[in-house]
Design a protein around this ligand. Structure first.
Ligand code: GAR
Length: 202
């Protein structure tokens, strides 16, 4: 199976979806380590599953570049085939992307290029869109700008607040992420024009 390092900052429900899927022998990937940038529930989920985790905090480093290097070294030590950013709330730096670009998958709770950034669900609600959703994409040097691998729409209800909408999006995100990771682990990705990502069919 492909080796996954999963990066997370929060409750880690997306991480949990990957851990659960990877426990099935036919799933083509395994979570070999979990990296976090703060104390968070994702670390406990890793521990419960018997998966090692490492914490690399920005505040423990002289500057952002030193943090970027330390995170890159920790991730590299686990020899990942793919890195999955699953609710990791930091922008990955140039050193990291130099080492892993093309193999880093992120999940974002909106239909990119609409509502990039850290407040996608609140921004979509504030704008008043009737449809938002989930995007799984390759990470490049920008903020949520990399080639899109998969998207799925989620309707916004008149009664939604940020938390109810985010929960419905996360249900879709978990399924989409698990599917895309399996597809990329098995068949790879081809990117043309620096933009259009295609996962070759079997
Ligand atoms: C997910 O909705 C993910 O897309 C989002 O954080 C949530 C993490 O959920 N990521 C971003 O907003 C990145 N900009 P989780 O902690 O339950 O896995």
């Amino acid at each position: 199976p492909a080796r996954l390092v999963v990066l997370a900052s929060g409750t880690g429900s997306l991480l949990q979806a990957l851990i659960d899927e990877a426990s099935r022998p036919e799933y083509p990937a395994q979570v070999v380590a979990v990296g976090v940038d703060r104390v968070c529930e994702a670390e406990e989920r890793a521990a419960r599953a018997g998966i090692g985790s490492f914490r690399v905090r920005v505040g423990d480093h002289a500057d952002r570049a030193a943090w970027d290097r330390a995170l890159s070294d920790e991730v590299a030590a686990h020899r990942p085939d793919l890195v999955v950013s699953a609710g990791f709330m930091k922008i990955l730096g140039p050193e990291f992307l130099g080492r892993f670009q093309g193999r880093v998958i992120n999940t974002h709770p909106a239909l990119l290029p609409a509502f990039p950034g850290a407040h996608a669900v609140a921004d979509a609600l504030a704008y008043g869109v009737k449809v938002t959703g989930s995007t799984v994409h390759l990470v490049d040097g920008g903020v949520d700008t990399g080639p899109i691998l998969a998207q799925e729409a989620v309707s916004v209800l008149d009664t939604d607040d940020e938390s109810s909408l985010h929960e419905r999006i996360k249900v879709v995100e978990r399924r989409l992420l698990v599917e895309v990771v399996a597809a990329v682990a098995t068949r790879g990705v081809v990117v043309s024009d620096g933009r259009k990502a295609v996962i070759p069919s079997e």
